[in-house]
Design a protein. Structure first.
Length: 283
């Protein structure tokens, strides 16, 4: 049997998916009580009120707006969702999300809108309590990173660790001067002196978009190191997904794949990392 990775021993907090508002309409995820009738439930469901979604330049400064029938899209906090000038592709993809909504708004079909709103609302102001709190939470993943707990058997696991984890450990040392501690027991790994401080500086130096991308990548992979390597361009989304699935892949090689479980989980990770890649694209 495989020893479970340390990160699996605790619950993983995830930021809530919040609804998006426009200047004319603020939406909120419906939470009808059990006594609500079907009619009342329908009243709590946001239906499509716009005909077309567009991308236009922000008249108040450099950047792009996504508009619904010429009304600018806003974040849940009511902030106008302005996409940076070098992220026109992101603006187009967000507009595409809204253009392809059916008659009833589906929150899960707006992953880029959610991620961009997270950047604008949560990380826009350097030194804000939200930003610092998120960085504190993300730093904890350095201690419980799956990569810090390699297994010594079976051979498939050892092989996959060398293939997907060892290059990331070497990259972390070469790029940031941090030697990642690893342990085969249940105790916390001991990283090189100053490792936390050095990597915290890296996170604090991220802009709102990069930090929002890093947060989602960490929650998707459950790995601080793999997420950082992905966000910094060291590995691709596919490689990050493989790094996150080393232990599962080793189990599959030994025992076989569980349909609608292993494959669905793997594709979910790839989907999340795909949105991260699109958020970071400067096009």
């Amino acid at each position: 049997m495989f020893r479970p990775a340390f990160h699996a021993l605790r619950a993983v907090p995830r930021p809530p998916v919040r609804a998006i508002s426009t200047s004319a309409v603020r939406t909120a995820e419906a939470r009808p009580g059990p006594a609500l009738s079907q009619t009342n439930r329908a009243e709590h469901t946001l239906r499509r009120f716009w005909k077309h979604a567009h991308v236009k330049e922000d008249p108040e400064g450099p950047g792009f707006l996504v508009t619904l029938d010429h009304r600018p899209l806003k974040s849940p906090a009511g902030t106008k969702l302005v996409l940076p000038k070098d992220r026109r592709l992101l603006a187009a993809l967000i507009a595409h999300e809204w253009e392809n909504q059916d008659q009833v708004l589906k929150q899960h079909a707006l992953p880029l809108t959610s991620l961009a709103s997270r950047a604008v609302d949560g990380f826009g102001a350097p030194g804000s309590p939200t930003r610092e709190g998120v960085i504190d939470a993300l730093m904890e993943y350095l201690e419980t990173d799956t990569i810090c707990f390699p297994g010594e058997t079976p051979s498939a696991l050892v092989r996959l660790q060398k293939e997907h984890w060892d290059p990331l450990v070497a990259w972390l040392k070469d790029t940031y001067g941090v030697t990642l501690g690893q342990t085969t027991g249940f105790g916390l790994p001991e990283h090189s002196e100053g490792a936390r401080d050095k990597l915290r500086v890296v996170l604090e130096g991220m802009d709102a978009w990069e930090l929002a991308a890093f947060e989602r990548a960490v929650y998707a992979t459950k790995s601080f190191v793999a997420a950082l390597a992905f966000v910094k361009g060291r590995i691709t989304a596919d490689e990050a997904a493989h790094a996150a699935h080393v232990e599962v892949r080793a189990q599959i090689e030994q025992w076989g794949e569980v349909e609608d479980t292993h494959d669905v989980d793997y594709q979910d990770i790839r989907r999340s990392l795909g949105t991260v890649a699109m958020l970071l694209a400067r096009v």
